[in-house]
Design a protein around this ligand. Structure first.
Ligand code: NAD
Length: 488
C-alpha cells in the first residue's frame, strides 16, 4: 500500500522520489510505503489552507464545532480498527492503543467547548464614554509535526483546537507511523469539513523544513526529541512564526520509605515498561530514599522479570517491541554503557527470544542498579524499557537530583506523607508532577506542561494554553458618543 497526502479535501498521490517502509515492529512485516513528500507538496497544502481560511474563519464557532462532534462520533465508531492500527505500526499493546485513542477523543471533546473557551473580555468606561474589548481571532494557517510514539493522540493535542478557533491546518505525521493518521483522515473526509481546512502531508526532513520556511504558515506545534525541538524552535522563530516544541525527557520517580510498596511497584513498573518505555512520561530513574531501597528493589525486579512481552495484539501481552532495529541497538548500547560505568545489571532484557517473533524489535524490561547521579545512564534519555535505580538518603537529596536534571517533563513521588508530598510539589522543577501517580499525563482540559529542555516555547499543548496558542488577541478601544460636541 502506497500512502497518499490529503490536500484540499482530496487524496493525492505524492510525487516523491523517495519512499520509506512503515514496518510492524513485532513481526517486521512491511505495512505501507510512505512518501517523503517534497517541499512543493507542503506548498500545495499551505495554498489550500490559505484559500480555505477566510470562509472558515467566518463560519460561526458553533458551526465549526459541529464537524468535531461528527469526528468524535466517527472516531468512536471506528475505535477498534484505529486501535489495532496503532498497535500494528507502533508496537504498543492493544490496551495501550485504546487508551491513547481515548485521549485523542478527549481533546476533540474539549475543543467542542470553543464557543466558551475562545471568548474575550471587555470593560466599559476605561475613560469616560470609552469602552475596551479584547477579542480572540484565529492566526491563519498552522501546522503540527508529530513523533512516532503516539500516532493518534499527539496530533490531537493541537488539531481540534486549531480548527475550532478558526484556523486552517496541516499535519505531518511521523514517517515511522503514518498509517493511523491516514485512517483518521478518511474519517475527517466523512465529516464534510470544507476543503482545505485540514491537510495531511507525509514526509520527513524536507517536508518539515518546507513547513518551517513557508511564509503562509503562522504557527507550528512540534513534539519529538530535544535536538530536533531546538532546531525547529530556532528555525521557526527565525521565520517569524509562533512556535511550541515539546522535547525529550528523563523522568525521575522518588520512592519514600512510607510509600505503599505493592501499589508503588505496580505503578512504577507500568510507568517504566508501559509502551516499552517509549513515552515522554516514562519513569526512567527510580530514586529510593532510606529504607525503601531493599524492599522496592526486590519488588520492582520481580515485576520486570514477570512482564509478558510479545506482539501487542495477542491476549495477555503486557509490553510490545520498540519501534525500530536501530532503537534496539541504541537501547542495548546504553545498557552496556551503564554496565561499563559501574551499574549492576539486576535484570537484563537484551536480545530476548520472543517465540514466533524472533525478528521483532524486542528489548525486555531491564533494571540497572546503583547508577550514579552524574552517569550517562542517569542523564540520557533511553526511550526504551530500562529503569535505573539510584539510592539517596533524604528527600532533600532526591529533590536536588530532580532539579539537577536538564529535562523537566515529569517528576513523581510515592509517599503516604502529606508534608513530603507538599514539599515535593512545591520544590520539584518539572512541569508535570505526580504524587502516587506513575504517568502524570495532564487531561485534555489541562496543558501538557513540560519545563526546561523538555519544552521550548511558552504556551503548551491542550486546554486553555492551546486556545491562546491558536488565537491572537486584538484589543479594541471605542467611543460612540450620542453628541460629539459634549464629548470633549
Ligand atoms: P524525532 O525528533 O526523531 O522526530 C519527530 C518529528 O521530527 C518527526 O515528524 C520527524 O519526521 C521530524 N524530524 C526528525 N528529524 C528531523 C530533522 N533533522 N529535521 C527536521 N525534522 C526532523 O522524535 P521521535 O523519535 O519520533 O519521537 C521520540 C521523541 O519524542 C523522544 O525524545 C520523546 O521524549 C519525544 N516526545 C516528547 C513528548 C513531549 O510531550 N514532551 C511526547 C512524545 C514524544
Amino acid at each position: 500500500m502506497q500512502l497518499q497526502n490529503y490536500i484540499n479535501g482530496e487524496w493525492q498521490p505524492s510525487s516523491a522520489s523517495e519512499f520509506l517502509e512503515a514496518i510492524n515492529p513485532a513481526t517486521t512485516e512491511v505495512l505501507a510505503q510512505v512518501p517523503l513528500s517534497p517541499a512543493a507538496e507542503v506548498d500545495l497544502a499551505a495554498q489550500a489552507a490559505v484559500a480555505a481560511f477566510p470562509n472558515w474563519r467566518r463560519t460561526p464557532v458553533q458551526n465549526r464545532i459541529q464537524y468535531l462532534f461528527k469526528l468524535k462520533t466517527l472516531l468512536e465508531a471506528n475505535f477498534d480498527e484505529l486501535a489495532r492500527t496503532i498497535t500494528l505500526e507502533c508496537g504498543k499493546t492493544l490496551a495501550e492503543s485504546q487508551a491513547e485513542l481515548q485521549r485523542a477523543i478527549e481533546n476533540v471533546e474539549v475543543a467542542c467547548g470553543m464557543p466558551m473557551l475562545m471568548q474575550g473580555y471587555n470593560l466599559e468606561d476605561i475613560a469616560r464614554g470609552i469602552d475596551e474589548t479584547a477579542i480572540r481571532q484565529p492566526l491563519g494557517v498552522a501546522a503540527a509535526i508529530a513523533p512516532f510514539n503516539f500516532p493518534a493522540m499527539i496530533p490531537f493535542w493541537f488539531m481540534p483546537y486549531a480548527i475550532a478557533c478558526g484556523n486552517t491546518y496541516i499535519v505531518k505525521p511521523s514517517e515511522k507511523v503514518p498509517i493511523t493518521l491516514q485512517k483518521v483522515f478518511e474519517l475527517i473526509d466523512q465529516t464534510g469539513l470544507p476543503k482545505g481546512v485540514i491537510n495531511l502531508v507525509n514526509g520527513a526532513k524536507e517536508a518539515v523544513d518546507a513547513i518551517l520556511e513557508h511564509p503562509a504558515i503562522r504557527a507550528i506545534s512540534f513534539v519529538g526529541s530535544s535536538p530536533v525541538a531546538q532546531y525547529i524552535y530556532a528555525k521557526a522563530a527565525a521565520h517569524g512564526k509562533r512556535v511550541q516544541c515539546q522535547g525529550g525527557a528523563k523522568n525521575p520517580i522518588i520512592v519514600l520509605p512510607d510509600a505503599d510498596l505493592k501499589m508503588t511497584t505496580r505503578i512504577v513498573a507500568d510507568s517504566a515498561f508501559g509502551c516499552a518505555g517509549q513515552r515522554c512520561l516514562a519513569a526512567s530513574v527510580a530514586v529510593t530514599v532510606g529504607e525503601a531501597k531493599k524492599t522496592f528493589t526486590d519488588a520492582i525486579a520481580q515485576a520486570a522479570r514477570e512482564r509478558a512481552v510479545g506482539f501487542g495484539l495477542e491476549p495477555g501481552v503486557q509490553m510490545g517491541p520498540v519501534i525500530t532495529r536501530q532503537s534496539c541497538d541504541r537501547i542495548t548500547g546504553l545498557i552496556q554503557t551503564g554496565v561499563d560505568e559501574g551499574a549492576n545489571l539486576l535484570v537484563d532484557g537484551r536480545s530476548p527470544q520472543i517465540q514466533h517473533y524472533e525478528q521483532g524489535h524486542f528489548v525486555k524490561p531491564t533494571i540497572l542498579q546503583n547508577i550514579q547521579p552524574q552517569s550517562t545512564i542517569a542523564q540520557t534519555e533511553i526511550f526504551g524499557p530500562v529503569l535505573g535505580l539510584l539510592h539517596l538518603n533524604t528527600i532533600e537529596e532526591a529533590i536536588a537530583f530532580v532539579n539537577h536534571n536538564k529535562w523537566g517533563n515529569m517528576a513523581c513521588l510515592f509517599t503516604s506523607s502529606g508534608a513530603a508530598a507538599r514539599q515535593f510539589r512545591y520544590e520539584a522543577e518539572a512541569g508535570n508532577i505526580g504524587i502516587n501517580i506513575g504517568v502524570a499525563a495532564p487531561m485534555a482540559f489541562f496543558p501538557f506542561s513540560g519545563w526546561k529542555e523538555s519544552f521550548y516555547g511558552d504556551l503548551h499543548g491542550q486546554g486553555r494554553d492551546a486556545v491562546e496558542f491558536f488565537t491572537q488577541v486584538k484589543v479594541v478601544v471605542e467611543r460612540w458618543p450620542k453628541d460629539w460636541s459634549r464629548q470633549f
